[in-house]
Design a protein around this ligand. Structure first.
Ligand SMILES: [Zn+2]
Ligand SMILES: [Zn+2]
Length: 241
């Protein structure tokens, strides 16, 4: 629904077809941070629409975007989330690679990054949900940099508050995006607003908060977001650097 509305906003016309549907082939690459539905929920529709509605203009075959994540997330994504709706195409069985070109990363030096044009995207593990211990359920954030200009951006993915793990990247980045829930909760799986308020001031001033609840504009409890660069807003394009 967010994408459907975004295509009608100024500057996002490329996301719309002439017949006012979502122009899925405009999305050429998708990075999956982790397997929660709020992060992968649109992939089944994207896969089916690209396969049955759109053609790759060069090959004439169904359009395939590139799907990028770690091997463990990609395997689980298919087995536990997408297979139910996608494993049968009319008259035959199908696999993830029938719908997407797959780029599998490993969270190890040298295998933990991909490039898009001049930009480098490096993944790092985030402390989101535990099975038994930290990092045992795969979840990743992104450090995006332009090596030629020495500029960079930090994107936390979904994470608990773990400033020591992200300090160096956040320090170096020109802009940061950190997930944040507005309430405190024991053993939460997201950083809380109060925890984010404990970040050093120079980091807060370049950090947008996202992943906040729908009650963010509830006037009864003023949220001290003026201490940050602000809430990241839906349907707004942010210049990274
Ligand atoms: Zn999550
Ligand atoms: Zn989430």
């Amino acid at each position: 629904m967010a994408l459907y509305q975004l295509k009608d906003k100024p500057g996002f016309e490329y996301l719309s077809t002439p017949w006012k549907a979502i122009n899925y082939p405009a999305i050429r690459k998708v990075f999956v941070t982790h397997q929660h539905a709020d992060h992968i929920g649109g992939l089944e529709e994207m896969a089916l629409t690209n396969t049955f509605v759109f053609k790759d203009s060069k090959t004439g075959k169904p359009f395939k975007a590139e799907l990028i994540s770690t091997i463990n997330i990609l395997v689980n994504l298919w087995d536990h989330s997408l297979k139910g709706g996608l494993n049968t195409i009319q008259n035959r069985y199908a696999l993830l690679q029938d719908y997407f070109f797959i780029r599998a990363l490993i969270c190890q030096p040298g295998k933990n990054q991909f490039a898009v044009g001049p930009y480098l995207f490096e993944i790092f593990p985030t402390d989101h949900v535990h099975i038994e211990r930290k990092y045992d359920w795969p979840s990743y954030g992104l450090y995006i940099c332009d090596p030629q200009r020495g500029r960079s951006a930090f994107f936390s993915g979904d994470t608990r508050f773990d400033y020591p793990a992200y300090m160096q990247m956040m320090d170096k980045a020109d802009v940061c995006f950190h997930d944040c829930q507005l309430f405190d909760q024991p053993d939460a799986v997201h950083a809380s607003l109060n925890e984010c308020l404990s970040l050093p001031e120079q980091l807060r001033k370049k950090t947008y908060l996202y992943h906040y609840g729908d009650n963010y504009d509830d006037k009864t409890g003023e949220k001290p977001v003026s201490n940050f660069k602000g809430f990241a807003r839906a349907h707004v394009r942010y210049k990274l650097f």
